[in-house]
Design a protein around this ligand. Sequence first.
Ligand code: PMP
Length: 411
Amino acid sequence: MLDRPDVAAAPFRPAARIADIGVSEILQIGARAAAMRREGHDVIVLGAGEPDFDTPDTVKDAALRAMQRGETRYTALDGSPAMKEAVQEKFRRDNGLDFSAGEVSVASGAKQVIFNAFMATLDPGDEVIVPTPYWTSYADIIRIAGGVPVLVACDAANGFRLTAAQLERAITPATRWLMLNSPSNPTGAAYSEADYRPLLDVLVKHPHVWLLADDIYEHIVYDGFRFVTPVALEPALRERTLTVNGVSKAYAMTGWRIGYGAGPAALIRAMAVVQSQSTSNPSSISQAAAIEALTGPQDYLDERRDSFRVRRDLVVDGLNGIDGIDCPRPQGAFYTFASCAGMLGRATPRGRKIETDGDFCAYLLDAAKVAVVPGSAFGASPFFRISYATSQEELREALARIAVACAALAA
Ligand code: PMP
C-alpha cells in the first residue's frame, strides 16, 4: 500500500475570468421546468430559442451524402473552400455583398463566431457597447474575453432600438465595438434602413469603433419588413464590420452548430487563431449540410415565416387581452417581449407579492405551469419573453393558463 499523506484536496477554484459568470437564466428555467415535468406536472415551456421545425430533408440528405463520400476528416480550419463559397454566395444573393474567401469565417455556431471575434480583439478594459435588452451571451462573452460590456438601455417607446444620441454618449476612447442585433433576441425588434442610418452616421465619425452585426434572425421578419445589414448601407464601415449569421434559426439547424461571419481579412485571420486552439474546424458533416441549406432551394423559408407570423399574432393578441400586460408587435424573430409592469404590486392567491418580473415568471411557472423568461435575464425589467416557436395548440393553452393565473392576482 502506498502511504498517502492525510491532506484534504484543495477546494475547486474557478478562474477569475469565469468566476462571476453564471449559467444562463434561460437554461436554469428550462432545467426547473424539466424537473417539474419529471414530477408529473404538465409544463408548457416557452423559453427555448429554437424553431420547432425539423431540418429540411434536402439538408439532411446532403449530410448523409457527405458521410458516404467520406467527408469525415478535418476540414480547413475556419471552413472548407466549398463552405466558404456557399457563404459568399449567400451574401451576394441576400445582401448584395461581395466577400473574398479570406474575408469569411465559419465556426461551430454564430456564438463561436462572436466568441472568436471578442477573444481575438479585446484587451483588458476594452469596451463593447451592447444595447439592452440583449442576448445575455454578448455580455458574458465580452467578460470572458477580458472586455467591459457597456450596457445601454433602449426604450420600449422607441421599439427597444438604440438611438444615435445614446450611441454618441456611450462611445469613449476605450470603445472597441458596437454590438447590434436585428431582428433582436429577446424583443423581436428590427432596424430598418431608416433606423440604422443615424447610427451608422455616428460610427462613421468614430473610426476606432468596430461594428458587430448579428443578423441571425435575418430570414424571420414579418409584414413586409425589409431586412438590411449595416455594411450594405454604409460601405465606409466595410473595413471595420463583422457581419455574423448562421443556419441555426432560418434553417432549423440549431443542433448542427454552423455559424459564419464576414469581415476584414486581418480580423478573420485573428479569429482563426482563436479557433485553431479551441475547436479547430466545425463539423465536416454539418458544413456539407449548411452548404445545401445556404445554396439549395429557399422556398420553405417563406412558408415557415408565415407560420411564425400567425403564431406571433396569436401570442401578441392573447397577451394584450390580459389586464396588466402590454405587448408590442415585433417585426421579427420568434419572440415577444411584453411588459408586466401592471402586475407589480399584485398579490398571488398564496399571499406573495409580485415585486419583480422574476417573481411574475416564477408565479406563472408555479400557478400556470408555463415557463417564460423574465426580462431581467436580458437586462430589462419589468418584462418577460415568450418564445412562440411551438404549436398553435400549445400557445393557445399557454395563453389561457396565463390569463387565468393573472386574473387570480389581487390588486
Ligand atoms: N445570436 C443570437 C441573437 C441568438 O439568439 C443566438 C441563439 N440563441 C445566437 C446568436 C447563436 O446561434 P448559434 O450559435 O446557434 O448559431
